[in-house]
Design a binder for this molecule. Structure first.
Ligand SMILES: [Zn+2]
Length: 361
């Protein structure tokens, strides 16, 4: 195809239609989908930004704060938006930085009816509030896409090592997860009622990023997320960003994990946290009473890598303390993760394209 032909075909790209709106090729638009009203009567909308590239390509979505207190996706989307220009893009991206509006403003995982939006798919137009929101997101966003990247963090007072979760045994998802370049890839079963489960049923591929802590924005997690979303877009030929580094090779990969729980109530003192490797029997934490008496030593039940840990030292018996993923080739995993997180930070420090305008100032 000559340049002239390619220009003609790109100029003739159809507008993107959503909820009665049209977004012209090479432009972006903000769409506010009506959801309901707050109890005060103020309208509640699901706010989307659509970037409709000039060239043909895949349609994908990127969502954050499906659990309202998991705000890291909102910040990742803000920074990704600052890097993209629809006039230079192929394909289309629907960004939904705050899906659970109610939980976001009340700093809560759930909706006001105590339902979990990520257990309410596929949703119904006349169902509960959670079910109605799931229905709107499914019909207006998921149904238009071939891939979604949904961004979560751990719950409040917990931290997750940045990790991509994908459905088991899907080679295309494994390829996209490797392109994303997070320190760990976890193949995990799909929960009934989750966005990932309904997307799979509809033939939409999903990457789920778990990174950082509820109600917090930590720089490493944000950078993993920003570079990961851009790398997946580059892998799909939606952007050609030469300054964006390559995904680090050999993330930790796992399909089985286990939680280590508190053997008693008291004060939790971890000796190993997320990103470190453990062998079966290694001491990982102590829980004692407030005076330091009656200490219970906790050991790792499997060989693996710690992918999540509790941040709050006050614990009840049975509380989940450390999340350990079983990994193959355990002996080199810690160095690999160190290299990946180090290279993510180095990459970003040295590479101007990854610097946010606030950081430059
Ligand atoms: Zn979540």
């Amino acid at each position: 195809m000559t340049d002239k032909q390619s220009k003609q075909s790109s100029d003739s790209r159809q507008p993107f239609e959503i909820a009665g709106h049209q977004v012209m090729s090479g432009s972006s638009a903000d769409i506010a989908l009506p959801i309901s009203k707050f109890s005060s009567g103020t309208p509640v909308t699901l706010d989307l930004r659509i970037l409709h590239g000039r060239q043909d390509g895949p349609v994908i979505f990127v969502s954050g704060a499906v659990h309202g207190d998991e705000i890291i996706g909102t910040e990742i989307i803000r920074r990704v938006l600052s890097k993209l220009k629809p006039a230079k893009m192929a394909g289309t991206v629907i960004f939904a930085p705050v899906v659970n509006v109610f939980g976001f403003i009340s700093h809560d995982r759930y909706l006001p009816d105590r339902r979990d939006l990520n257990r309410s798919f596929p949703g119904r137009a006349k169902g509960s509030l959670a079910s109605q929101m799931a229905y709107i997101f499914r019909t207006e966003v998921i149904a238009r896409c071939e891939l979604g990247i949904d961004i979560h963090s751990a719950a409040q007072h917990r931290y997750n090592l940045p990790q991509i979760r994908i459905a088991p045994d899907v080679p295309h998802l494994q390829e996209l997860a490797l392109a994303f370049g997070a320190p760990a890839i976890i193949e995990s079963p799909l929960r009934p009622g989750s966005m990932r489960a309904i997307a799979k049923e509809k033939g939409v591929n999903m990457l789920l990023l778990e990174a950082g802590e509820g109600l917090r924005v930590d720089e490493m997690s944000v950078r993993v997320g920003v570079s990961g979303v851009l790398r997946v877009m580059r892998h799909l030929r939606m952007i050609t960003n030469k300054q964006l580094g390559h995904a680090p090779a050999n993330p930790a990969r796992s399909s089985r994990s286990t939680w280590v729980r508190a053997p008693r109530g008291g004060i939790f003192r971890p000796s190993k946290i997320s990103g470190t490797k453990v062998h079966t029997g290694d001491k990982v934490a102590i829980v004692s009473d407030a005076m330091g008496d009656d200490p219970h030593t906790i050991t790792a039940p499997i060989d693996g890598i710690i992918i999540g840990h509790r941040q709050l030292p006050i614990v009840n018996q049975g509380d989940a303390l450390l999340h350990i993923a079983e990994v193959r080739s355990i002996d080199t995993v810690e160095e690999r993760i160190g290299t990946i997180t180090g290279s993510i930070l180095d990459d970003v420090m040295l590479d101007d394209v990854m610097l946010d305008e606030d950081e430059v100032l």
